[in-house]
Design a protein around this ligand. Structure first.
Ligand SMILES: Nc1ncnc2c1ncn2[C@@H]1O[C@H](COP(=O)(O)OP(=O)(O)O)[C@@H](O)[C@H]1O
Ligand SMILES: C=C(OP(=O)(O)O)C(=O)O
Ligand SMILES: [K+]
Ligand SMILES: [Mg+2]
Length: 528
């Protein structure tokens, strides 16, 4: 009988664990998103991150100004050019984040059982007895016994650098708390999170809107990571903002689920968003620890069935200071892959950690190893069953491509697309072989100028498990004809060969339109 869990079909031969893994020329199928910052913003380091497998760079606007991020992004562009490795750009909003600014920048010692006051008075200097928070309404939304967490920007979960507070008393606009664990807060910015407490600030702040309109437009951002998404309406509003900003109508919105409100409205948010970020850092404060895994498994399942990419955060926090993850962290990364995650997002590890390159290398290796034992057959069956019959035309073509790829043990699936739709549908069935996405540019006009689509759509594949995009030459017409199809396919196969994923005699599944019909064909390469 076949196992129904998502870990391989046969019991693992334990001795095989000791055999070294064959290096994977195409990195892992699971994508790695790195937050860029002080530890990872020079060209040389970014080149190493790209070689190690980072395919999306996150710019977190909770911290740093526009010029700082611009300099980092200009370096990323140089690194992409030098390495010839594509990398997408993700803009992370500040949103309704509660922040404490530590103007003096000196360490703040907090001692267990002592009191500290949270105040909306921004003129106060942060100290062991008072912490100024950027939210005037805090006192009216919390009550005694509520839990408030305060940690360094991109906190790692270490209890010596972050603190748990319990509300003792509301005193006017101030909130008096008792410190639950001794800690030293360092850095200029701390994030505060009141567990389960609704914050009445807009999801897209005025700062976010302005920064997207300036920095985002200037840099053609591929993704918005919409922090603290709580309702589908948040996504609709962000979409309405993007639609007004030239090329950014193509930007995808990944809703970050980081509190119970987002969890409650998960289904409606998933319908509206292009992807989901399971923000376990903040959500891990709202949820009791014993429930976090349940959220992860349930949410990843929903994303898989919807065919929308899902990213898991906060996996190897301890690598911020050490060159190896803990056993629990290493196992956790593998479990995220087995649960069906598309990508892993790194925060403090790459932003300010001591081992940014090592972190990506290790996470990439764990992902690749987990993918090998992912029970694709069971996953495929479940997905086909959930989709039901009759299937939409393109869905049936996409699932057939994956089935054919498995049956003939194809080394890759090649898919032609302009919008990326066909590629995402193939990815939904999580094939065990890479999917080479050939993005065919389309000429469009906004009545003022002509431009090609394709660049956004290609880079957006970089957040989807198993997709490896390439842009076709815009001189090829978007209308498929036999001769253009053949010449584009040849370029794609040459690309696959150069990347080391296609060899002589390999079987390849191709998904494309011939005339008006979508077809799935299997080709067998000659010896060359
Ligand atoms: N330029 C092209 N040449 C050949 N086949 C294509 C092309 N663009 C899309 N296809 C195929 O057409 C079908 C619809 O794919 P889809 O991704 O929805 O296309 P589009 O991006 O043009 O909306 C799929 O079978 C896909 O492989
Ligand atoms: C990724 C998270 O948030 P941030 O954007 O603050 O890193 C998180 O809370 O897990
Ligand atoms: K943020
Ligand atoms: Mg967060």
């Amino acid at each position: 009988m076949q196992a129904s869990h998502l870990l391989l079909e046969e019991p693992i031969r334990l001795a095989s664990i000791l055999e070294s893994s064959t290096p994977n020329p195409f990195s892992s199928m699971t994508k790695i998103i790195g937050t860029l910052g002080p530890s990872s913003r020079d060209v040389e380091t970014i080149e190493k991150l790209l070689h190690a497998g980072m395919s999306v760079a996150r710019f977190d606007f909770s911290w740093g100004d526009i010029d700082f991020h611009q300099e980092t992004l200009d370096n990323l562009k140089k690194a992409v050019k030098n390495t010839r490795k594509l990398c997408a750009v993700m803009f992370d909003t500040v949103g309704p984040e509660l922040q404490i600014i530590n103007k003096s920048e000196g360490p703040i010692q907090l001692t267990a059982e002592e009191f500290v006051v949270l105040t909306p008075d921004a003129t106060q200097v942060a100290s062991s007895s008072v912490l100024p928070v950027n939210y005037p309404e805090l006192a009216s939304v919390v009550k005694p016994n509520d839990t408030i967490f305060v940690g360094q920007y991109l906190f790692t979960g270490s209890e010596s650098t972050s603190v748990w507070l319990e509300v003792v008393e509301v005193q006017g606009t101030n909130v008096k708390c008792i410190v639950k664990n001794s800690a030293t807060l360092t850095g200029v910015l701390f994030t505060a999170h009141a567990a389960g407490v609704p914050v009445g600030l807009p999801t897209l702040s005025d700062f976010d809107k302005e920064t997207i309109a300036k920095w985002g437009v200037r840099n053609s951002i591929d993704f918005i990571s919409l922090s603290y998404t709580r309702h589908a309406e948040d996504v609709r509003q962000a979409r309405a903002h993007l639609t007004k900003l030239g090329d950014l109508y193509q930007t995808q919105i990944f809703a970050k689920i980081e509190n119970v409100e987002g969890l409650k409205h998960f289904d409606e948010i998933l319908k509206e968003a292009d992807g989901i970020i399971l923000s376990r850092g903040n959500l891990g404060i709202d949820l009791p620890p014993e429930k976090v895994f349940l959220f992860q498994k349930a949410a990843l399942h929903k994303c898989s069935m919807a065919g929308k990419p899902a990213i898991v955060t906060r996996v190897v926090d301890s690598m911020t200071d050490t060159p190896r993850p803990t056993r629990a962290e290493a196992t956790d990364v593998a479990n995220a892959v087995l649960d069906g995650a598309d990508g892993i997002l790194l925060g403090a590890e790459t932003l300010r950690g001591l081992y940014p390159v090592e972190t990506i290398t290790i996470v990439q290796k764990i992902c690749a190893e987990a993918e090998k034992v992912f029970n694709q057959a069971v996953f495929f069956k479940k997905t086909v069953k959930a989709v039901g019959e009759p299937m939409a035309h393109l869905e049936s073509i996409a699932s057939s491509a994956v089935r054919a790829g498995t049956k003939v043990r194809a080394s890759v699936i090649v898919v032609f697309t302009s919008s990326g739709r066909a590629a995402r549908l193939i990815a939904k069935y999580k094939p065990s072989m890479p999917v080479l996405v050939v993005v065919i540019p389309k000429l469009t006009t906004n009545h003022l100028r002509w431009s090609f689509t394709g660049a956004f759509q290609a880079r957006q594949c970089l957040a989807v498990r198993g997709l490896f995009p390439m842009l076709a030459d815009p001189r090829h017409p978007a209308e498929s004809s036999t001769s253009t199809n053949e010449s584009i396919l040849k370029v794609a196969l040459d690309h696959g060969k150069a990347a080391g994923i296609i060899k002589a005699h390999d079987r390849i599944v191709v998904c494309q339109k011939v005339g008006d019909s979508s077809v799935v064909k299997i080709i067998e390469l000659d010896a060359y």
